[in-house]
Design a protein around this ligand. Structure first.
Ligand code: PLP
Length: 477
């Protein structure tokens, strides 16, 4: 493809992109395909000769699109959002065009310096402490891993990386039962072992109980195990639990533990001053992550990781072979030292576009809307006969279940709600997911309703709720 052809196809693609976003509501939210159906449409062998872009693009629309779940759909209420936005998409196009590899300052000076600058904008927007320095990771999972590795090295007096863990003291990591599975994955990869991840009990609002943390640390110490790190959640995945950071932080300080805060989803809401109560005690934290790629209108992937002591992170991750040295080594930020992968995309650009295009005030307004619409809907669910609000709204997330009076047996209720969830998602008008939470003495199946799409308006929640009730009525015993 020559540059003039690229220009022509580029215009066609952008036209399609605008039409897609304008009409995304017409698609079923969750892909309505069976396993293998998408693969069956793709040729078994690669083409020997190049094909026309018109043909490739037509095949994309005909064969690929039906197999896609539409994350930008305004009735996407599943998981947590991955809300992209037009300014972010434009920046992604420029990032792809530049095709820059931003591993060193020298390989991308403006990208490196913009990353430092926009992460500090985010720090200010969220009300994080002045000493925190930021880096963009590909995911919160990577940030958690980097935090755990730093905690491990600090606990082992920086000997784990060089000597390995065989002769080292056994370490322990503390978190709550609500923590994301990324914590366990990180603990495994860091060589600490998931048997030494203490998933501590929570209180009635699903928050980690500080006295349980203190007791677990004391018990490990008495058993000769070295407490290394706490991973606290601000807005945990299941029902949005918020751990008490100040109390946890005081315990970390007392026992010399590293504190990582996982605010992957809820961190975006900290741009709202009224939500900052969630990080009271953040001054105790060593590391904090949130994902602008979830709820801050920035395309996946973009995970903002802040650390109090960047030297500790660099000491943990840095290896400097000759081929990565530059004249500026040691005098500038080389972000390759701040994350697991060496290669890095120019991700700061989309944040810069998003924050400048919307401005903080508009971003705040959009998040406040999501939260207010969710609260209204949760109140309607609570008031609806045959439905039960199982956890109250935490920001823009609540859980509920269908509970017709005729069904009393908890296992039957679980099965009914599972059927309802499948029926709703097969219908395609809206998309929801599930979680199990302790309820009435057992772990019960409930449905999560999570709001945060760029194109969602209040009517989409109301339309979705109306359709869900219609479908539920068809399943009533
Ligand atoms: N932490 C929390 C609370 C999450 O909700 C998620 C994902 O939904 C993660 C961590 C993992 O995020 P990522 O996909 O960026 O690794």
């Amino acid at each position: 493809m020559d540059i003039e052809e690229f220009r022509r196809h580029g215009h066609d693609v952008v036209d399609w992109m605008a039409d897609y976003l304008a009409k995304v509501e017409r698609y079923p939210v969750r892909a309505q395909v069976k396993p293998g159906e998408s693969a069956a449409k793709l040729p078994e062998h690669p083409p020997v000769e190049g094909e026309a872009m018109e043909t490739i693009f037509a095949d994309f629309r005909r064969d690929v699109l039906p197999g896609m779940t539409h994350w930008q759909h305004p009735r996407f209420f599943a998981y947590f959002p991955a809300n992209a936005s037009p300014p972010s998409v434009l920046a992604e196009m420029l990032t792809a065009t530049l095709g820059a590899q931003c591993m060193l300052w020298q390989t991308s000076p403006a990208a490196t310096e913009m990353e430092t600058k926009v992460l500090d904008w985010l720090r200010q927007m969220l009300g994080l402490p002045a000493g925190f320095q930021g880096v963009i990771q590909d995911s919160a999972s990577s940030a958690i891993l980097c935090a755990l590795l730093t905690a491990r090295e600090k606990a082992l007096a920086w000997r784990g990386n060089s000597e390995g863990l065989r002769a080292a003291r056994q370490l322990a990591v503390y978190t709550s039962t609500q923590t994301h599975s990324a914590t366990e994955k990180g603990v495994r990869i860091a060589g600490i072992g998931s048997d030494y991840l203490r998933k501590l009990p929570v209180d009635g609002s699903f928050a980690l109980r500080p006295e349980a943390l203190e007791a677990a640390i004391e018990a490990d110490k008495a058993a000769g195990i070295l407490p290394a790190c706490v991973v606290a959640s601000i807005g945990a995945t299941g029902v949005g639990a918020v751990d008490p950071l100040a109390a946890i932080g005081r315990i970390c300080r007392k026992h010399g533990l590293f504190l990582h805060v996982d605010a992957a989803w809820a961190g975006s809401a900290l741009i709202l001053p009224e939500q900052r109560w969630m990080i009271e005690g953040i001054d105790y934290a060593d590391s904090f992550v949130f994902n602008p790629h979830k709820w801050l209108f920035t395309n996946f992937d973009c995970s903002a990781h802040f650390v109090r002591d960047s030297e500790a992170l660099i000491r943990t991750l840095s290896i400097l072979p000759e081929y990565l040295r530059s004249r500026e080594t040691g005098q500038v930020i080389d972000y390759r030292d701040w994350s697991v992968p060496l290669g890095r995309r120019f991700r700061a650009l989309k944040l810069w576009f998003v924050i400048r295009s919307y401005g903080v005030a508009k971003l705040q307004e959009m998040l406040r809307n999501h939260i207010a619409w969710t609260e209204t809907l949760a109140a309607q669910v609570a008031a609806a006969p045959d439905f039960e609000l199982t956890t109250p709204p935490k920001l823009s997330l609540f859980t509920f279940r269908y509970k017709p009076a005729a069904v009393e047996d908890p296992l039957e209720l679980d099965a009914l709600n599972e059927r309802l969830l499948h029926a709703v998602n097969d219908d395609g008008y809206l998309y929801l997911t599930q979680v199990r939470i302790p309820l009435g003495g057992g772990d019960r199946f409930v449905i999560r309703w999570s709001v945060g799409q760029t194109y969602t308006r209040e009517r989409h929640l109301q339309e979705g709720w109306a359709r869900l009730r219609e479908i539920a009525a068809t399943l009533a015993p």
